[in-house]
Ligand binder design. Sequence first.
Ligand SMILES: C[S@@+](CC[C@H](N)C(=O)[O-])C[C@H]1O[C@@H](n2cnc3c(N)ncnc32)[C@H](O)[C@@H]1O
Length: 269
Amino acid sequence: MFTALINRSKTPTRWQKIPWDDPDFSRRMLAEHLTQAHDLASRRLSIIDQHVRWIHHAILHEQPAKLLDLGCGPGFYSRRLSALGHMCTGIDFSPASIAYAREQDPVSAYVHGSVLDVEYGSGYDLVLLIYGELNAFSPEDAEDIVQKAFAALKPGGKLLLEVHPAGLVERVGQEAPSWYTAEQGLFSDQPYLCLTEAVYDGSRAISNHYVFAAESGAMQQYTSMLQRYTDDDYRALLDAFATVTFFPSLDGGSAAGDLFVIVAEKAAG
Ligand SMILES: C[S@@+](CC[C@H](N)C(=O)[O-])C[C@H]1O[C@@H](n2cnc3c(N)ncnc32)[C@H](O)[C@@H]1O
């Protein structure tokens, strides 16, 4: 029964993500986005309200703007920014999140697809990629996203990244193994046991979740990864931009520790 676990591979050869785009997984993930009990998938709405206020005042200077929200999830940010008069497009490959976003927010445009494949369009004042999602892409894919965002911005437009500091990625990769059981949850609609084990390989945190179905004992492995970047690595990634400014948080307040904000501005032309 535990052979698969004993033979587990802790360091995948290819970059791995959790299956946000799988229909059943995305349905269960949507519940995690919507809950106001924790901030695991999206921040609680009271926090998102503060972020949106800061983006509207400090980044967009209260001027109507054309915005692209990459990995928009259920559209919490786009919906609020549209309500403030901005013209928003969100892209996400989670079918449940995009269906929810479209249902709740008929004003913004929502595109179902991968940010690696979908055409972004052009003429944006602001492109967002928040909640540490840049770190969840391989460095090559992160470069592609930044290049596509750069091309989609108008002269003087801004790319806003909310990213993890290097130390956080190291800590995640060095977390002690842990486990929990659930009657139902993110990994299954049926009872399961989840064992989690992390590895830090010098540049990436790799979190492996081994999920055992309570009935059959069958194991399924889910792996998520975070790429470590130093501040200089982030600056190098953004070297096509005219200016790169670091902010401690997405609400204008002091550093929250796990995330910080980089705003890269394209030359005015
Ligand atoms: C941590 S959640 C954040 C959602 C939203 N930005 C928020 O803060 O509420 C990351 C989102 O990125 C999306 N995502 C991850 N990889 C993606 C890809 N390749 N293309 C499109 N969306 C992706 C996931 O489906 C998920 O909705």
